[in-house]
Design a protein around this ligand. Structure first.
Ligand code: UDP
Ligand code: UDP
Length: 442
């Protein structure tokens, strides 16, 4: 969903600017959330042409992450698209593709004689790390204990502990797929970034004005925060509950669409929330893929917790409309894994974040949140291969800190104002997209 959502948002931004849009999706999808969002998007935008193309399934083992397997299968199936697209009427004028297919989309766009742009679903900082990946991996000594930082010439160095552990293993599926794509980034006409000047000015400027990583990256095109698109669904009970809470009083807790917490960690979060005394809206997942997530809320949390906290909080299992939650005036803070979409959604309204990164790009994203004064981050909290239990008392402390910090609240609101300015007509992000569309029209 972290990849599909930005694509649907961009598709709807293009529709609003009178473009004809063909949406190409890989079939079958991994999660139920993906297929239901694709269906309702198409239902509400009947003018969109849909190409659902059957991807070739790869042999795999049980340990492989189903989402990464899907990325790799899609990457290897993209050549099948050419015949499906060559007879498009009206003919296509450009392809906007996910960076997970960067390596294979080039030959399709070349054959069609049209440019392709990539859409990045991560931060500028992490994209730079991806562009640098071939170099990083070519020298295993860079992972020696003597190195504590990753130094990409022209960029502020960052701790080696922030790079995803799979990068240390060139045979890891995640690393192999990204490496292939990394080598092809420069073939794109540009990369759309769902990012904000105020959060990533330094990195954006280093790449676009300083030529940092110039052999590996085309121009970066910041168009964040992406405009939201509306899905007309019934109002969730959690929204009616939010309506009844005082302004900025609720801590919203969610770790995105594919991150499940262990039973032990869920218990500690429940302690932290209860002890903090603050109101909360907590979205729980117990399996990575939603179709496998069958445990009931009361079996995860226990009846007594739910009973004790019924006047203070709401726990939800299943899909919620996160953008709607984050836009709600009752929400005062967001405990987040820092998936990049979540970060930018928090930035839109300036909701202060407690960063709790879990995998992949999320530690680099958390650093951006902290430096950009959108939130706080305790680097000692483990992640990925090094996931120590974070105890309830620590969680309580962080929640009290974020809810009590007036200065942070103000700073986060400032980020929200910047985000609004960027997206409005004539704003920096809106201009970038308009310029690309003007170019394509010529
Ligand atoms: N999301 C949502 N409801 C949920 C879980 C996720 O609306 O119950 C959305 C969230 O708003 C975001 C996307 O799904 O747009 C998740 O992307 P993100 O990059 O934050 O994290 P990921 O799920 O990829 O780890
Ligand atoms: N990963 C990621 N984002 C996610 C989930 C996983 O980037 O939302 C990466 C992460 O770096 C991890 C690898 O994919 O090492 C495999 O993920 P999985 O969750 O299977 O690993 P686990 O944490 O269970 O060892």
């Amino acid at each position: 969903m972290g990849h599909l959502t930005p694509f649907l948002r961009i598709a709807s931004m293009l529709l609003r600017r009178n473009c004809a849009v063909t949406l190409i999706t890989a079939t079958p999808t991994v999660s139920a959330a993906e297929s239901s969002h694709i269906s309702s998007f198409l239902h509400e935008h009947p003018q969109v042409k849909h190409v659902g193309f059957q991807i070739i399934q790869l042999p795999h083992s049980k340990q492989d992450d189903p989402f990464y397997l899907q990325f790799e299968s899609t990457r290897r199936s993209v050549h099948l698209l050419h015949p499906l697209l060559s007879s498009s009427s009206p003919p296509l004028s450009a392809i906007f593709a996910d960076f997970f297919v960067a390596s294979s989309i080039t030959s399709v766009s070349t054959k069609l004689g049209i440019p392709h742009y990539l859409i990045s679903t991560t931060s500028v900082k992490f994209l730079c790390l991806l562009a640098y990946l071939p170099e990083l991996i070519s020298d295993p000594a860079k992972f020696d204990h003597s190195f504590t930082e990753v130094e990409i010439s022209g960029l502020t160095p960052f701790p080696i502990s922030s790079i995803p552990p799979p990068f240390k293993d060139p045979n890891h599926l995640f690393t192999k797929t990204l490496l292939q794509n990394s080598r092809a980034l420069s073939k794109a006409k540009g990369i759309f970034m769902n990012s904000l000047q105020c959060l990533e000015a330094e990195t954006l400027e280093a790449v676009n004005n300083g030529g940092v990583l110039s052999h590996s990256l085309p121009p970066l095109l910041p168009i964040g925060p992406l405009e939201l698109y509306e899905i007309k669904t019934e109002k969730g009970q959690y929204m009616t509950w939010l309506d009844r809470q005082p302004a900025e009083s609720v801590v919203y807790v969610s770790f995105g669409s594919r991150t499940a917490m262990s039973r032990e960690q869920i218990r500690e979060i429940s302690k932290g929330l209860e002890r903090s005394g603050h109101r909360f809206l907590w979205v729980l997942k117990s399996s990575k893929v939603d179709t496998e997530d069958k445990i009931q809320l009361k079996d995860l949390l226990g009846d007594s917790f739910l009973e004790r906290t019924k006047n203070k909080g709401t726990a939800v299992k299943g899909w919620v409309s996160q953008p709607e939650i984050l836009e709600h005036p009752s929400v005062g803070a967001f405990v987040s894994h820092c998936g990049w979409n979540s970060v930018i959604e928090a930035a839109r309204r300036g909701v202060p974040v407690v960063a709790w990164p879990q995998h992949g790009d999320q530690r680099l994203n958390a650093e951006i949140v902290q430096r950009g004064e959108l939130g706080i981050w305790d680097r000692k909290w483990g992640w990925d291969g090094d996931k120590e239990l974070v105890c309830g008392e620590e969680i309580e402390k962080k929640i009290r800190e974020v809810m009590g910090d007036e200065k942070l609240r103000k700073m986060a609101k400032k980020v929200g104002e910047e985000a609004r300015k960027a997206a409005e007509t004539g704003g920096s992000s809106e201009k970038v997209l308009s310029e690309v569309l003007e170019f394509l029209q010529k």
